[in-house]
Design a protein around this ligand. Structure first.
Ligand SMILES: Cc1cc2nc3c(=O)[nH]c(=O)nc-3n(C[C@H](O)[C@H](O)[C@H](O)COP(=O)(O)OP(=O)(O)OC[C@H]3O[C@@H](n4cnc5c(N)ncnc54)[C@H](O)[C@@H]3O)c2cc1C
Length: 511
């Protein structure tokens, strides 16, 4: 690569165009800095990437977004990013945006708005009004503790070091509210949103994510990639540059240990004054060189457990054959909603997440269906040496295809029980494994949401945006929390190292 990219020294070079990288790029470009975002894939957006089969658009990593009603947090962020007038969104069913379904066929609906959420669940559990109310109060109380979640700028060291509320375990807290096991499982029923682990997931993770969806839930119509496309357009309008299909392979340093540029796979170099990595911290360490990070930090980051990966199945339907569902289904084949991350291969899957993507072409019938279930990276380890993305197309082999077909069939058998006759409506079935996520996102194990937060050691899983390399910073889902809302907040935390936090928060509030 030559020309304007290689001749310029950018104020900020951002490695990776996941939503966290794009948000950081926007914030800095909007403040007048020159920004260059480098993305290894052909498509921008990381987990916002979509693909199309049989003319159906499938999302790969974002199926619904919370707190998008006028004035709510994500809506206010999207306004600041100048997205709201262009985004195609669909508000989900107010009386059941998520349905939690158990092996006995009983379904429980999550209502939108706390009053509605409580009202619907109290109908199912009339004896448990106090437990349900206490749960909702606690969720909201915890959310109030996070300054940026409430558009407050005061991130004091006391707040960062206050580990007490971070040590509350989600499963244990819910179990302390009621002896009704079914209610416990209902209240934690959407835990695949953060790949919850029974003895580890903190209540604050459950609270921040569940709260954002309870207050309002939306699907993106015609694919989540629109978020990346619109952000890229807005960054370019502010003078920013985005380079696609170029992988960052290393760093160039001066004698003082400052990064002066990143090298790309084609041998060229992009120069910058400051650098932000949207990659997983472990991958960041490897790219810039282990010796440049403190041994203890390196060891800690590399030893941190990641959330489990996913086997995702995508179904295209015959025209007007399967009704569009304006809600998601969390389908459990076991009573315990926490056990799925520790499945045995003999009893796989223990449950899955089901949604039908929203399309502007057909509001009554679904064009397709996405089904996601947990899968450990080790299950695909025998093909670990293969690499396959649209930038570098290779076959992983017929045995891999066979493996996927077997897994698809296990899921289809279950789907038949839930939706009798579904097979006749299907045009084709496609699937992706942990290797797909690994290759497209650039982490090591296809982890869905990055580093697993642990209520037993909350500060150990805390990742600071600053690194030992003075002008290299981190952003993305490993920082504060994952999801579109989590990485948006994370981008602000990263950028507050360079911009006036009060000024930016005021800009968001007044957007
Ligand atoms: C199956 C699944 C379902 C999900 N569902 C939802 C949902 O419904 N709602 C929601 O809010 N969130 C959801 N999430 C979570 C959400 O998608 C992520 O938390 C978020 O998108 C991560 O953003 P990020 O900024 O960390 O970047 P990522 O999306 O992790 O992207 C990182 C980017 O860096 C690039 N990169 C890596 N290495 C290099 C390199 N060497 N050179 C150049 N570029 C590089 C990658 O190609 C990628 O584009 C889901 C995630 C998964 C996996």
């Amino acid at each position: 690569m030559t020309g304007k990219y290689t001749d310029t020294t950018f104020d900020f070079v951002i490695i990776g165009s996941g939503f966290g990288g794009l948000c950081s790029g926007f914030i800095l470009a909007d403040e007048g800095y020159s920004v260059c975002i480098i993305e290894k894939n052909k498509q921008l957006g990381g987990n916002l990437q979509v693909f199309s089969r049989d003319k159906v658009i499938f999302d790969t990593g974002v199926h619904y977004i919370g707190s998008l009603d006028e004035g709510q947090l994500q809506h206010q962020f999207f306004k600041y990013f100048q997205l709201t007038d262009k985004l195609k969104m669909k508000r989900m069913d107010a009386d059941g945006y998520d349905i939690i379904r158990f092996p006995d066929g009983k379904e429980y609906k999550y209502g939108m708005g706390y009053d509605n959420f409580i009202k619907i669940l109290v109908t199912d559990f009339p004896e448990e009004k106090l437990a349900i109310r206490t749960f909702c109060d606690k969720i909201q109380e915890i959310c109030r503790l996070f300054p940026l979640y409430n558009l407050e700028e005061n991130i004091s060291p006391e707040y960062i070091n206050n580990t007490e509320f971070r040590e509350i375990n989600a499963e244990a807290y819910i179990a302390s509210l009621t002896n009704n096991v079914r209610l416990q499982n209902v209240l934690a029923g959407s835990n695949p949103l953060y790949a919850g682990v029974k003895n580890k997931t903190p209540l604050y993770v459950h609270a921040l994510i569940l709260n954002s969806y309870i207050i309002s839930s939306y699907k993106l119509v015609d694919g989540s990639s629109q978020l990346a496309t619109l952000m890229a357009r807005n960054i370019r309008q502010r003078g920013g540059e985005l380079i696609k299909n170029r992988k960052v392979t290393g760093g160039v340093f001066d004698d003082e240990g400052l990064l002066t540029g990143v090298t790309l796979a084609d041998g060229s170099m992009i120069k910058g004054k400051n650098f932000i990595s949207n990659m997983h911290p472990a991958a960041t360490i490897d790219i810039f060189g282990e010796s440049r990070f403190l041994g203890a930090y390196r060891k800690r980051v590399k030893a941190l457990e990641n959330t489990i990966s996913s086997f995702s199945m995508y179904i295209s339907f015959k025209k007007d054959s399967f009704p569009y569902m304006n809600h998601n289904v969390y389908y459990y084949m076991v009573e315990d909603v926490w056990s799925g991350t520790h499945y045995t291969t003999e009893k796989w899957p223990e449950g899955f997440f089901i949604c039908t993507p929203a399309s502007s072409a057909n509001e009554s019938f679904a064009e397709g269906m996405s089904v996601m279930t947990y899968m450990r990276y080790e299950e695909t380890e025998q093909w670990a040496q293969t690499f396959n993305t649209t930038s570098e197309v290779t076959s992983r082999g017929s045995d891999y295809e066979q493996f996927k077909k077997q897994k698809e069939e296990l899921i289809l058998v279950e789907l038949e029980k839930l939706y009798p006759g579904i097979r006749e409506k299907i045009v084709d079935v496609y699937s992706s494994t942990p290797l797909t996520f690994r290759d497209y996102i650039g982490n090591y194990d296809g982890s869905m949401y990055g580093i697993l937060k642990d209520s037993n050691e909350p500060m150990r899983t805390f990742i600071n945006p600053r690194t030992k390399i003075p002008n290299l910073y981190l952003t993305g889902q490993n920082l504060i929390f994952h999801g579109i809302l989590g990485v948006t907040i994370g981008a602000f935390v990263t950028c507050f190292n360079f911009v006036d936090s009060k000024k930016i928060i005021d800009k968001v509030k007044n957007a």
